[in-house]
Design a protein around this ligand. Structure first.
Ligand SMILES: Cc1cc2nc3c(=O)[nH]c(=O)nc-3n(C[C@H](O)[C@H](O)[C@H](O)COP(=O)(O)O)c2cc1C
Length: 222
């Protein structure tokens, strides 16, 4: 199947604006309330699944388990364009042991594809673990995010940075504990809207995923 047209627009924008890697990511809480926060874009898979990462103990994984429907708003300041992407998202922690893995692969539409097996995701998770900063990695070994600070001891002793791997047994234990909390969030786009604010009149293009896997493109009034 040919590449959806929106991927070319996104790829070009990211190529021209390599620093524009954060987007607002909206989920639904268990009380069905919208929750939004910024995350860092960590790549696109061969099947056009968008990737970001999180701590398994944050709210996002629980929200996604409650409802996988998400929306992204991504403003690229320099070129003044916005992508609004609606889709289904799943959190993938240590995939080789996750009983829900087949359901996730089905939800992402990856059955029979390169990214359909657990080893692919575990390799990707380790690759992303190696690519983030040591400072960010250290955060995954700290006390549960969102816990009251007064209930947490020794914040002055938290490690500032940790390596991706180590031969030292003590450091290795610290890394394993942190890596256990490191999860990929995989987002399968189902509708994409591309708003271009530089041209006058502005342009707004929408793509919607069809039942047969093709994408229908509609240009709308901005
Ligand atoms: C620029 C920026 C980038 C961020 N990137 C991430 C990220 O990639 N993953 C993440 O879990 N949190 C990221 N955060 C923190 C989140 O916005 C949020 O505060 C945190 O994940 C807790 O959210 P939650 O409890 O709703 O899951 C980022 C924050 C900012 C301001």
């Amino acid at each position: 199947m040919s590449k959806p047209a929106w991927t070319s627009a996104l790829e070009q924008q990211l190529k021209d604006n390599p620093k524009s890697v954060t987007y607002a990511f909206s989920t639904l809480s268990s009380e069905n309330k919208p929750k939004v926060r910024y995350v860092v874009h960590r790549g696109v898979t061969p099947s056009n699944i968008l990737l970001t990462t999180t701590d398994t103990r944050m709210s996002k994984p629980a929200h996604l388990a409650h409802s996988p429907t998400v929306e992204i708003a991504w403003w690229i300041e320099n070129t003044n364009v916005q992508f609004r992407i609606t889709g289904q998202a799943y959190s993938l922690p240590l995939t080789t042991t996750a009983p829900e893995f087949p359901t996730i692969i089905k939800g992402l539409g990856l059955e029979g594809k390169e990214e359909g097996n657990a080893e692919w995701w575990e390799k990707k998770r380790k690759e992303l673990w190696g690519s983030v900063s040591g400072h960010l990695r250290a955060g995954f070994g700290r006390p549960t995010p969102g816990k009251k600070l007064e209930e947490v001891e020794g914040s002055d002793k938290w490690p500032e940075t940790i390596p991706a791997e180590s031969d030292d047994p003590e450091e290795s234990k610290t890394i394993t504990n942190a890596l256990d909390h490191f999860a990929i969030i995989a987002i399968k786009p189902e509708a994409v809207e591309y708003l271009e604010l530089k041209p006058i009149p502005n342009r707004r293009t929408q793509w919607a995923l069809q039942g047969d896997g093709s994408w229908q493109e509609t240009k709308v009034a901005p």
